[in-house]
Each structure stands twice: as structure tokens, then as C-alpha cells.
Design a protein around this ligand. Structure first.
Ligand code: NDP
Length: 307
């Protein structure tokens, strides 16, 4: 039986691994579907403390992995398929066909940004198409950009992007924002922000440049087609927390985020860190912070079993 199984190798999972490994708990880490997590899909990370010149996302994750490995973390190339947290030990089934048992589990399976799924959009991810204004906004200085969506994320990202972009167009499929009134008002009163109401993206344009040059839009009420020139395309239509294997086993909110109290889930010995339990901050540094918290909580829990 394992002492600690950690699910996920993003900033939360690897920080939890570092702390539990240094505590001699020999953590076993499931690499998950996207080893390294969301940071592997970004380019330069300028807001992780300790790197005054910035660091490339994949390099940051390689460093975190090397640091966790140095203290004895073990990795398995597997994702969790299903769990049984009803008894002790906690039981997990991997997609490698193996069964695992552990005294504690730290869930750091993250969340996946949603995209519309258009072929032209998918082709341009990382080349003008992104889902993270905080990560990539500063690369779009003095050029027009668009934000897709009408929720709090969309308006917050739009307002943030006005610091850099020459103009920000929110493209929303309805004639009313979903965002909270105070945040919506902040966006609507910003002179750099315009909203294209009742509009959906038909195609992301690249005019053979291999990077975003614009979007083709359709007005859903009139059927009118138009084109908008933009250099950046920010998808803000929500995130999906990766919690499917835990349905029916752990408490979640209505959108599937795990509900935690200081990283503790409702099941003793099961902790959650990072974006899988955080729909608000979603930063590498906050994920790392909660990964540390979950590790310390797991350590204390194991001590309480011994005591
Ligand atoms: P939401 O689910 O609230 O909003 C998603 C938006 O994307 C909606 O406007 C929706 O349109 C639109 N959308 C979804 N799917 C499509 C699609 N296929 N095509 C076009 N548009 C689509 O997600 P958010 O990420 O904005 O927010 C998630 C949670 O996090 C919320 O509870 C929010 O309040 C919270 N949050 C809080 C913040 C804060 O307080 N500072 C900041 C950011 C988020 P429609 O409206 O038509 O459904």
C-alpha cells in the first residue's frame, strides 16, 4: 500500500510531490493525460516568482519535476480511471489496468480550458489563439484582440487586456452578458472595449500567415456574416474541471469543481489542490501553493493515523 498517491503533474501535483517526497513519504504520482499540465501549453511565464527574466512554461514544469524527482518521487504513466474512496485503504484504478491502494490521495488533476472546437481555432492554439489572458496578454501590445464569451472570465480578461491591446472586442452569442453586474459594467464602460452581441465565431482567420489575423463572425439573429481584424483570440467560455472519475465519491459544486476546506475534501485522507478545486484564481503560483497545503495536510493526516 502507498502512503501518498498524487494525481496530476501540473504545478499543484508536482509541488505536493516535492513536499511529500521531502517528508520521506515516497509519493507515487500519476502523470495524467497532459503531463506538466496547462503550463506546457503556454510559452513564456512572466508571473511565477523567482524568475525575473521569465521562464518558458514547459521549462518551469521540467524544473518542478526534476526537483520532485530529486527527493524520491516515483511517477507512473497513467491516468486515474475510477476510484473507490468508501473504505480504507483508498482504492484507485489506473488506465494502465492496474489497481492501486493508498492511505492518502492528493487530487491535482486540474481543469481544461474550453474552446469552441473549430478546426481553424484548434490549428492556431499557441499562435494567436489562447485561453489565458493573464499568461499571454502582454504579448499583444498595441494590436486589436477579441475575447469569446460573456461570463465573468470573459469580462475580466477583456478589462485586463485593455492594458496592452489597442482594442478589445468581446464576442458574445447572446444580447446580454452572464457576468456579474459590477464586472460587466466595468467592461462596458471601458472605452477600449466593444461588444459584438448575438455573434458567434464561424472561423478563425490566418490568411496563410500561420498566425491569427482575424475572425469571421455570424450574427445569430440576422444571419449577417462579417470579418473582424484581430491579432489575438482569447477563449473565455469556461473551464472544465477534470473530476469525472470522482463523481458520486466526492462533494462537487454544480460545475464539477471539488469542494474543499483547506484542501481537505469531504472524505478523510483525500485532498485536492490546484485548478480542480479553484475556479477563481487559476494561477500556477496559487496551484503550487495549494499543492503545498495538500501535502502538509496529508502528512498530518498520516501522523494522526499512527498516533
Ligand atoms: P461561465 O460559465 O460563467 O461563462 C461562460 C460564458 O461563455 C457564457 O457567457 C457562455 O454564454 C459562453 N459560452 C459557453 N459556451 C459557449 C459556446 N460554445 N459558444 C459561445 N459562447 C459560449 O464561465 P466563466 O469562466 O466566465 O466563469 C466560471 C465561474 O468562475 C463563474 O462562477 C464565475 O462567476 C467565476 N469567476 C469569477 C471571477 C471573479 O469573481 N473575479 C472571475 C472569473 C470567473 P451564455 O452566457 O450564452 O451561456
Amino acid at each position: 500500500m502507498e502512503k501518498v498517491v498524487i494525481l496530476g503533474t501540473g504545478a499543484a501535483g508536482l509541488t505536493a510531490a516535492l513536499y511529500t517526497a521531502r517528508a520521506n513519504l515516497e509519493p507515487l504520482v500519476f502523470e495524467g493525460l497532459e503531463p506538466g499540465g496547462q503550463l506546457t501549453t503556454t510559452t513564456e511565464v512572466e508571473n511565477f516568482p523567482g524568475f525575473p527574466q521569465g521562464i518558458m512554461g514547459p521549462a518551469l514544469m521540467e524544473n518542478m519535476r526534476a526537483q520532485a524527482t530529486r527527493f524520491g518521487t516515483r511517477f507512473v504513466r497513467a491516468s486515474v480511471e475510477s476510484v473507490d474512496f468508501s473504505g480504507s485503504p483508498l482504492s484507485l484504478k489506473g488506465d494502465d489496468g492496474k489497481q492501486y491502494e493508498s492511505a492518502t490521495v492528493i487530487i491535482a488533476t486540474g481543469a481544461t480550458a474550453k474552446y469552441l472546437g473549430l478546426e481553424s481555432e484548434q490549428k492556431l492554439i499557441g499562435r494567436g489563439v489562447t485561453a489565458c489572458a493573464t499568461c499571454d496578454g502582454a504579448f499583444y501590445r498595441d494590436v486589436p484582440v477579441c475575447v469569446i464569451g460573456g461570463g465573468d472570465t470573459a469580462v475580466e480578461e477583456a478589462v485586463f487586456l485593455t492594458r496592452f491591446a489597442s482594442k478589445v472586442t468581446i464576442i458574445h452569442r447572446r444580447d446580454q452578458l452572464r457576468a456579474s453586474k459590477i464586472m460587466a459594467d466595468r467592461a462596458l464602460s471601458n472605452p477600449k472595449i466593444e461588444v459584438m452581441w448575438d455573434s458567434t465565431v464561424e472561423e478563425v482567420l490566418d490568411v496563410e500567415k500561420g498566425e491569427v489575423t482575424g475572425v469571421r463572425l455570424k450574427n445569430v439573429k440576422t444571419g449577417e456574416i462579417s470579418e473582424l481584424e484581430v491579432a489575438g483570440y482569447f477563449s473565455a467560455i469556461g473551464h472544465k474541471p477534470n473530476t469525472d472519475p470522482f463523481k458520486g465519491q466526492l462533494d462537487m459544486d454544480e460545475t464539477g469543481y471539488l469542494i474543499t476546506d483547506k484542501t481537505r475534501t469531504n472524505t478523510p485522507g483525500v485532498f485536492a489542490a490546484g485548478d480542480v478545486q479553484d475556479s477563481v484564481y487559476r494561477q500556477a503560483v496559487t496551484a503550487a501553493g495549494t499543492g503545498c497545503m495538500a501535502a502538509l495536510e496529508a502528512e498530518r493526516y498520516l501522523e494522526s493515523l499512527e498516533g
